[in-house]
Write a protein that binds this ligand. Structure first.
Ligand SMILES: *Cc1c(COP(=O)(O)O)cnc(C)c1O
Length: 495
């Protein structure tokens, strides 16, 4: 049975169920599998199987402590008609690349792919581990995770969910999605700071032993729905395998032929899932990591130096406005030969100086990756190009990936079939997308959703329709230092 250990090594190994409940290791490292399983089936033999089939087998190979019946129930509950595409993750073909549309779930962004499943995994794990306490999901969001987590956990028995988002760092639509969230166990706060501040604040709360004891005495324990939770990460591996099966079916690939994978990257969760898929034996050639102006990862891939000491840019792809990418820690751990000591040393450097550099061995292992970036102007141009030439509408995040892929292909001549993960509906970032395709952008985000619909003829996702009329239920704004008190105020029986 695969067990999970901390990337920093100072926590005992855990069952998958325990790692999911706990979220973050006690030494502030992230849980990683002690071994990476091989693909549970040959993709060329699975033509015609539904998404749930791949999801079941991939998740099961990482979480064997769930019984087949339990996991079947989880998967059936997660990937159903709440997705507005029967394929769950449909593929779209364009001239240069395939787009894997991961935005057909409840909040119109790719976070739904994992967040639809996580509440089922967590509550099933709580039953198995006879967890007596209420689990408090604490989440920092750059915009999309928060809403997806709120939808996933709304009124889930035995849980409370508290979400912190940067006050001026999310789009109007993203904010409205969160502050109108229903559910008696949902709590949403804007913070005076950016996403990195929010993420740091959440990690600090996790690391605060006294606060943890205070929670425990009131019958609560903390967990996370961010991609620092392995329960978020593992379901994401499935869609890469599914895409490969589908590409074989559509003739986009031949059995065993490698594909390039292009991922618009922020916290490094999505691309890390692709890395795990590659390690499982899925034929992936390059892992192409696309950044916006916050190009800390692109620089890292190119130089081996990770340096977060730089200006933070608020861009048109806000879910990637991140300078400290949590899941990179997991990659460093694996690339260092599963060395917790070396990983901990790099992370200490990051904590102390905001930077670290990798040794020659890791540098070489990074050869599987390519990093590039696109600025806002290039992002707009990429949206316009694809829309004008092929009538295919992409959002700003996906457009960053598309532009970086074009650059990579031009520079390298590598024209292996490419899979680009399309991480949000264009309607979720309607202001930028409408401007990119030349619509006059005068109204607010909601007016632009309508304008985009009228111009393109594309359907507005359910998640965004009628958002304007919904009641605003969450209005709290807190400082970074006020985050723990906000958690206290949210939970009955604490003060
Ligand atoms: C979260 C998000 C990303 C970044 O994904 P990571 O897993 O954090 O790297 C990219 N695009 C969109 C639309 C997102 O919501």
């Amino acid at each position: 049975m695969i067990r999970y250990r901390s990337t920093r090594g100072n926590d005992e190994t855990k069952r998958g169920t325990e790692a999911i409940i706990q979220g973050l290791a006690k030494d502030r490292g992230l849980f990683v599998p002690e071994a990476i399983p091989q693909l549970p089936f040959m993709p060329e033999k699975k033509s015609g199987t539904p998404y749930a089939y791949t999801a079941f087998h991939i998740v099961r190979s990482f979480l064997p402590d769930f019984s087949e019946e339990e996991l079947e129930r989880c998967i059936a509950g997660a990937y159903d008609s709440k997705f507005d595409a029967p394929e769950i993750a449909p593929l779209a073909r364009t001239k240069k690349a395939w787009f894997l549309e991961l935005y057909h779930g409840r909040t119109a962004a790719f976070k739904d792919m994992a967040m639809s499943l996580l509440p089922y995994l967590l509550t099933t794990a709580m039953n198995k581990e006879k967890e007596g306490k209420k689990v408090v999901i604490l989440t920092a969001t750059s915009g999309d995770t928060g809403k997806a987590a709120l939808e996933g956990f709304s009124d889930v028995p035995g849980t409370e969910i508290v979400v912190f988002y940067p006050k001026d760092g999310v789009s109007q639509v993203q904010e409205r999605q969160m502050v109108t969230q229903i559910g008696g166990n949902t709590h949403v706060f804007a913070i005076e700071g950016n996403f990195d501040d929010a993420q740091r604040g959440v990690k600090r709360i996790f690391g605060d032993g006294a606060f943890g004891r205070e929670l425990a005495s009131c019958g609560y324990r903390l967990s996370s729905a961010n991609s620092i939770n392995v329960g978020r990460l593992i379901p994401q591996i499935a869609y890469y395998v599914y895409a490969y099966v589908k590409l074989l079916e559509y003739g986009g690939l031949k059995a065993g032929e490698p594909m390039n994978v292009v991922v618009p990257t922020g916290n490094f969760g999505n691309i890390l899932a692709a890395y795990y898929a590659k390690r499982m034996g899925l034929p992936i050639k390059k892992l192409i990591c696309a950044s916006n102006e916050n190009r800390v990862l692109a620089d890292f891939m190119q130089t081996g130096v990770y340096d977060a000491n730089r200006d933070f840019h608020v861009t048109s792809s806000p879910s990637m406005d991140i300078l400290v990418s949590s899941n990179l820690e997991r990659l460093l751990y694996h690339l260092s030969g599963d060395s917790a000591d070396r990983t901990a040393a790099m992370m200490e450097g990051l904590d102390a100086d905001g930077r670290f550099s990798v040794d020659a061995e890791i540098r070489e292992a990074l050869g599987d990756f390519y990093g590039g970036s696109a600025d806002m102007h290039e992002t707009e141009a990429a949206i316009a190009r694809l829309y004008n030439d092929e009538k295919y509408l992409i959002d700003t995040h996906t457009a960053v990936a598309y532009k970086v892929y074009e650059d990579y292909r031009d520079a390298s001549g590598d024209d292996a079939p490419a899979l680009i993960t399309a991480t949000a509906s264009a309607f979720k970032f309607a202001d930028s997308v409408a401007r990119s395709i030349g619509l006059s952008v005068e109204g607010d985000g909601f007016a632009n959703i309508r304008a985009l619909h009228e111009a393109s003829g594309a359907a507005i996702p359910d998640a965004l329709r009628n958002l304007e009329g919904k009641e605003i239920r969450h209005t709290g704004v807190v400082s970074i230092d006020g985050m723990a008190d906000a958690v206290r105020a949210s939970l009955k029986g604490m003060k």
